[in-house]
Design a protein around this ligand. Structure first.
Ligand SMILES: [Zn+2]
Ligand SMILES: [Zn+2]
Length: 125
């Protein structure tokens, strides 16, 4: 009965996934709930206002981009609408990857010269 076995496995992994998701949601809800209590329901970028009807589009952003950094005074939280939140993260990623790219090209330039010398030596032979 391979079908039955697959079903059990699928059920099992679905359960694990939903458990993990639940944990994540609980953690999210804890700071989200606090942030929503603490701040007015307005996007910090575009000043769009939110009500219970569209509150799911208002997200809690971590100013230092560390989701585990949740000081109870709310100093690391900022309420942003989905669009502004997306924007904020895109900008952050660009800065991060921009720096990484620069560092990588520096490393390549540094290791390039020895080989050029080697080629000269070989040509002289
Ligand atoms: Zn916004
Ligand atoms: Zn964020």
């Amino acid at each position: 009965m391979t079908i039955k076995k697959t079903q059990i496995d699928a059920h099992k992994s679905a359960k694990i996934v939903s458990e993990a998701r639940k944990q994540q949601e609980l953690r999210d809800q804890s700071y989200r709930g606090q942030a929503l209590k603490m701040y007015p329901w307005i996007c910090g970028r575009c000043a769009r206002e939110f009500t219970h009807v569209n509150l799911s589009e208002l997200t809690v952003h971590h100013r230092n981009h560390n989701h585990d950094d949740n000081p109870p005074d709310g100093s690391n939280w900022e309420l942003l609408c989905l669009y502004c939140h997306d924007n904020e993260h895109q900008r952050y990623e660009e800065t991060r990857f921009g720096n990484a790219k620069a560092a990588a090209s520096n490393a390549t330039a540094g290791s390039h010269n020895p080989f050029a010398n080697l080629k000269d030596l070989m040509n002289k032979k």
